[in-house]
Design a protein around this ligand. Structure first.
Ligand code: FE2
Length: 192
């Protein structure tokens, strides 16, 4: 006997704006929510005195049935920098060690940063249409290096869980900054 939630279901994704219809769950991350993650703390303080900009927004749509817990997420990262460091997501690793994820860059350009708990690092260049598979136990963060909104879709299991602490404590091995008009990677000194 099927329960109500066990029937197929569809929602709409507005490609231009990166919005779901209907919108169920909406999260806004401002600079004050991730102030310690940017290297230039003088620039952070200056920005916060002006109120702090929205770095990114995240909407999620769970598809829970009697026996599954798939989630569709969309993230919109604003263009911008704090000092010379590009706007980015907080980054997390999944709480469960058997949970991968698929990311799909819909609009914009940037990088997907990936890192194992042992410190192995990889960066995937993103342009519209890039789809990346994130294997289990790789932390992930997306950086917007372009001059427009970066929009990406995420597909994962709700039960994967989000652990932000390893990234809050030690970050990723590399930061993505602009220098002389170029996008470059520099080491995070917490790893050297
Ligand atoms: Fe994830």
């Amino acid at each position: 006997m099927l329960e109500d939630q066990d029937y197929p279901k569809s929602i709409q994704f507005e490609v231009q704006t990166g919005q779901f219809r209907p919108l169920l769950d909406h999260t806004v991350r401002r600079l004050q929510d991730m102030a310690g993650m940017f290297a230039d703390q003088v620039a952070v303080k200056r920005e916060l005195e002006r109120g702090g900009r929205v770095i990114y927004e995240f909407d999620s749509h769970p598809f829970k049935t009697s026996h599954s817990d798939m989630v569709l997420g969309v993230t919109r990262i604003n263009p911008g920098k704090v000092g010379d460091e590009f706007f980015m997501t907080k980054g997390h690793i999944h709480e469960r060690d058997d949970q991968p994820e698929i990311y799909h860059c819909v609009q914009g350009e940037g990088y997907l940063l990936l890192q194992t708990m042992g410190g192995e690092f990889q960066a995937e260049r993103w342009t519209p249409g890039t789809i990346s598979h994130i294997p289990p136990m790789w932390a992930h963060r997306v950086v917007n290096t372009g001059d427009r909104l970066l929009i990406f879709l995420a597909v994962f299991h709700l039960s994967a869980g989000h652990d932000y602490r390893p990234i809050e404590e030690k970050g990723f091995r590399k930061r993505v900054i602009e220098r002389n008009g170029q996008v470059i990677f520099i080491p995070d000194n917490r790893w050297t």
